[in-house]
Design a protein around this ligand. Structure first.
Ligand SMILES: C[S@@+](CC[C@H](N)C(=O)[O-])C[C@H]1O[C@@H](n2cnc3c(N)ncnc32)[C@H](O)[C@@H]1O
Length: 112
């Protein structure tokens, strides 16, 4: 897992990565007072950046290691251990949903 974190950190340092994430927040309509969940949040950078924007952001990830690293890096942000199919949120309780570099990891629950 720490190797994945190192590779994700390297991806975040690539030219244009900051702008790409910022654009994704804009498209999400994530302004002050809005709420959003980042599913598969990894080490938590997007959750921290959304929180800095005044968004009530929560990051969820099933990896205990990822959440431990996220909490260590961004102590003011909200991180929870959970997967995409068991979000610890009531239906319709957040305004926006994002998942970055995550969907290829999810099992096909339909069996197709
Ligand atoms: C490639 S990392 C991307 C992390 C982060 N979104 C980023 O862009 O840096 C994929 C993440 O998806 C998480 N993940 C795997 N299966 C998941 C699932 N079923 N639901 C939510 N997250 C999952 C992994 O633990 C990992 O942190």
């Amino acid at each position: 897992m720490d190797d994945l974190i190192a590779r994700l950190d390297a991806a975040d340092r690539l030219p244009g990565a900051d702008e790409l994430r910022s654009r994704s927040y804009d498209l999400l309509g994530a302004g002050p007072g809005a709420s959003a969940v980042d599913v598969g949040c990894g080490a938590g950078r997007a959750v921290a950046e959304l929180t800095e924007r005044g968004v009530k952001a929560v990051g969820v990830d099933p990896s205990e290691r990822m959440i431990a690293v996220a909490r260590g890096r961004w102590p003011g942000a909200d991180f929870r251990i959970a997967g995409a199919y068991d979000l610890p949120l009531a239906d319709a309780s957040v305004d926006g949903y994002r998942a970055d570099k995550v969907s290829t990891n999810w099992p096909n629950r339909s069996g197709r």
